[in-house]
Structure formats: C-alpha cells, structure tokens
Design a protein around this ligand. Structure first.
Ligand SMILES: Cc1ncc(COP(=O)(O)O)c(C=O)c1O
Length: 494
C-alpha cells in the first residue's frame, strides 16, 4: 500500500522524481516505436471495459503499478492519431514541444480565469492569439481586437456565433431573450460543419433558421443563391444576422469565396464569420495563391491550433475583430469575481469566454511556435498539402482506385474500384465494397481512415494534417488499403 506523507496526497520528492523519469521513458518509447504500432487496436467495447471496469478503488495502489497499467493497457487501447498512418477526420498529430509544455502546465495547474489567477496565462494567451492572427494574415492587437482560447473548433464557432447574435440582433438578446424580436436567420453552405448547426440550436435560433445554401461543383457556396435567400428572408420579415463562410470544409477542404461573402455581409449589414477551424493555417502558407482572399475582412474566425498548427488537443481559438463584442457577450461579474479586481491594463479572459476555470492552453501553443518557428510550421503545412496531392497522383496512375473529389488543401476523397472492369462503373457495388472496406480497414488497424459521402457515393476520405506523414508513408498507406480492398472484394464475390 502507498505510504503518503502525513495529511496530503503528495509523494516524497525522490519517489515523485523517479516516477516522472518513468513517465518520460513511457512517452519516449511510445514515440520511438510509433511507425511499428497499429493505429487502431481492433478491440471491441467489452474488451476495453474488461481492462478498466472495477469497483471504486477504496484503497491506495502503488503509483508505480498505476503507471504500469497505463503503459500496458492505456496505450494499447488508445487510437494513435499521432501515427503517420492516421489520416482520418481532422485530427491533431501533436508536437513534442506541446507535450513537454503541457506536462509542465499541468504541474503548474494554472486557472486562467482572472488575470491575477495566472498573469502568465493571460499574457501568454494574448500573445498566442496575436501570433495565430499574424500567421493567417488576420492582424489582431489587444485590447481592441483579439480573442480567446477554447476547447476546440465547436466551442470557437459557438463563441463567435453567440457574439454575432448579441451584436446583430435588433433587440437585447441577453436581457430579453429571443422572443423579444423578429426571427433571426444565419446562412452557411450545405458543406458546413455540423457544429454550426449545433451552435445555432444551442443559441436558440432554431435549426431551420440556419439556411443551408447549395454549393457549386467545387463544393463552395453558391453566392447567387446566398443573396437570393437573404433577400427573400428579409421580404418575409426574418432578420438575417450572419453568414458563416468555410475556409476548409471538413468533407473536401473547400474554401468559400471569402471576399464575395464579405461584400454580401457589408451590403446587408451581417456579421461575417469564418469557420477556419481546419483550413485556416493554410492561409499562412506560400502555396495557396489567393484562395483565402477576404479572410482579413471577417468579423470573427474560428481556428483550431489543435488541428493544423499541430498543438496537442484541446486547443481551439475564437478570433474577433472587436474584443469589446466578445466581452459584451460573455461578461457577467458576480460579487466574488468583481471585488478586488484591479482595472488598469489587466485583460480578464473570464469575461471574454464562456468558461470560468480554464487550463493553461496557451503554453503548448506558445511552445510549439517558439520551438519550431512560424517558418517550419508553414513548411510542414505545405508538405501536408503536397503529400495529399501525391496520394492523388498515385491514385490517378493506378487502375484500381479513383478520385471522387480532387485534393483541396489536404483532403482527398477517393474510392477503391477494383481492377476488374466489370465492377468499375457499378456505383451500387462500389458503395457496398467501400463501406465494407472502411470496416475492414478499421479492423485491420495498420492505417486509420474514415469515409464520407461525395455526391451520394461512399468514399474513403484522407486528410493529412499530420507532420509525421511523408510520401513513403503514403505509398505504404495506399498499398495496405489495396491489399485489404482485394480481400474484401474476394469476400463479396463469394
Ligand atoms: C471545419 C471544421 N469546423 C469545426 C470543427 C469542429 O472542431 P472540434 O472537433 O475541435 O470541435 C471541425 C472538426 O473537424 C472542422 O473540420
């Protein structure tokens, strides 16, 4: 049984230090053996439950044994999005600088609510938000413009939409609620991430008042339809407040024509918000031409450092041109938080975001920028874009795969079509084959990829925001999928 110092839960210094060395070993071993590990365990819920479900531990357990359990059972049941063969969703690959910073940040246990609870937390957060803005050419300077770090893209979009609602509603939405005025409406393309709909729902605007606008062949919003819908709504006594533009859709990576949306927002006095949770950092690279033209005109942007800035989860960021609008949306000061509050130049993050107790998210992002520098991060993003284009080239050269949506940013949608002419034009068969293939790939576990629908067809979707993935991995990745595809095809034929 664990012998603790009297009256608190701390270990003595030497024991603690020894355990921390062991933690370092576990982490270093995980990273050195990454390529050889399966990305997905292939276990089912019951298998995982067996390892962790037990009666509430009433008595202490040697921390060394707790670490052994983590080393053996936690690692083996984790999905390794840190692996170069993880190309699913839009998932953080994390930086080692971020890991080290996060470990120390946890030890410091900062609560980044009021400035005096963590002076470093507040000042570093301001710096990091300004750096993110600078990186994507959206200049921000506290105290006028800035933003706040939140858990991720969903929270960042929600924060910005809450701000849009507060600023643009023609009545006091915080005081009187939504019934006090006309029905508000928000606009976004059909390709928009589901967190926007979730936000609209949570903000009480009502899902049907999120107008989903059709997209063009390249998956960008149809601007004419957008404008027609706004005009139509105004004529019918709805009250349009905001357009959400995409800078990197989750499905295909499409970037809406931001400058055109900016024009529309200006003309109809709407809040211009961009969901750049995934694609935003590409705006800081040198290989995307003027794809992001107009980004600088946004009233607010949601961007995830835990996606394409490689910070470990959780790290999202709400960027706003007018910080006062953020404060107007989130500031409520009960006595116990108001008294003793030094005004001066202190920036109070608790007044600019929904959460009160907040961890020291800025540290891992700051460490990532400091360690690699903007230049290396930029180059890494460019490499990801080239890597996914390389996958597209390989597929174009093959006779058993086909591209269904060409690489935009770093997303490619493709499917296995077999090398047998007989099946290659049979969508029904190919949908079944690719659905089965997705299941089989997951079960196999060597690579991790998920699917989506492109024009009603089931496709495999590869998204590379992983700084560990290079062309060699992509060749192996495709070969593994081919092998599994052949097996699945053979089983379907039987
Ligand atoms: C475009 C876009 N917006 C928002 C989100 C939601 O972000 P999070 O998962 O960090 O909440 C995602 C997630 O993939 C995304 O790709």
């Amino acid at each position: 049984m664990l012998m603790l110092q009297l009256m608190n839960l701390d270990l003595d210094r030497d024991k603690f230090k020894k355990l921390l060395y062991k933690v370092s070993d576990i982490v270093a071993d995980l990273y050195s053996g990454l390529e050889e590990r399966k990305v997905f365990s292939g276990l089912n819920p019951e298998d995982v439950q067996k390892l962790f479900y037990e009666d509430l531990p009433e008595h202490s357990f040697e921390p060394d044994n707790v670490l052994n359990k983590i080393k053996d059972d936690v690692i083996k049941t984790s999905t390794l999005n840190i692996s170069p063969y993880f190309l699913a969703y839009v998932a953080s690959s994390g930086t080692q600088a971020g890991i080290m910073a996060e470990m120390i940040g946890v030890a410091l246990n900062q609560i980044c609510s009021k400035w005096h609870c963590s002076p470093v937390g507040a000042e570093m957060e301001k710096q990091v938000v300004e750096w993110i803005g600078e990186f994507i050419h959206y200049p921000l300077h506290y105290p006028n413009s800035g933003g706040s770090l939140v858990s991720g893209g969903s929270a960042a979009n929600m924060s910005c939409l809450a701000t849009a609602r507060k600023v643009k509603a023609p009545f006091d939405v915080s005081k009187d609620g939504l019934k006090a005025g006309p029905q508000l409406t928000v606009y976004a393309s059909t390709e928009t991430h589901s967190c926007i709909e979730k936000s609209i729902d949570s903000l009480g605007i009502g899902k049907r008042n999120l107008r989903k606008i059709k997209t063009n062949d390249d998956f960008t919003i149809n601007i004419d339809d957008l404008e027609k819908q706004i005009i139509n709504d105004k004529a019918n006594n709805y009250y349009p407040i905001c357009v959400v533009a995409n800078a990197g859709t989750v499905n295909t990576g499409a970037v809406d024509p931001l400058y055109k949306i900016a024009d529309i927002c200006k003309q109809y006095n709407l809040w211009f918000h961009i969901d750049a949770a995934y694609g935003g950092p590409a705006a800081g690279t040198n290989i995307v031409g003027d794809l992001f033209k107009g980004l600088e005109l946004a009233d607010s942007i949601a961007l995830d450092p835990h996606k394409w800035l490689y910070a470990p989860v959780e790290a999202g960021c709400a960027l706003v041109k007018n910080v006062e609008a953020l404060r107007g949306t989130f500031s409520i000061l009960p006595d116990y938080l108001r008294l003793d509050m030094e005004k001066s130049t202190r920036f109070e993050f608790m007044e600019h975001t929904f959460q009160l107790s907040r961890n020291f998210r800025a540290l891992k992002i700051w460490a990532t920028f400091k360690t690699y520098g903007a230049d290396l991060i930029r180059k890494s993003i460019e490499e990801n874009i080239k890597t996914i284009k390389y996958l597209e080239e390989l597929i174009d050269l093959s006779d058993d795969f086909e591209v269904l949506s060409s690489a935009i940013l770093s997303v490619l949608c493709f499917r296995y079509k077999t090398s047998d002419e007989k099946y290659q034009h049979n969508d029904e068969y190919l949908n079944k084959l690719n659905q089965e293939l997705l299941n089989a790939i997951e079960k196999d576990g060597r690579v991790f990829i998920t699917g989506t629908l492109v024009r009603e067809n089931i496709v495999l979707r590869a998204c590379c925001i992983n700084h560990r993935t290079n062309k060699k991995h992509i060749e192996i990745f495709l070969q593994i999928i081919r092998e599994i595809g052949q097996t699945v095809q053979a089983s379907l034929k039987d």
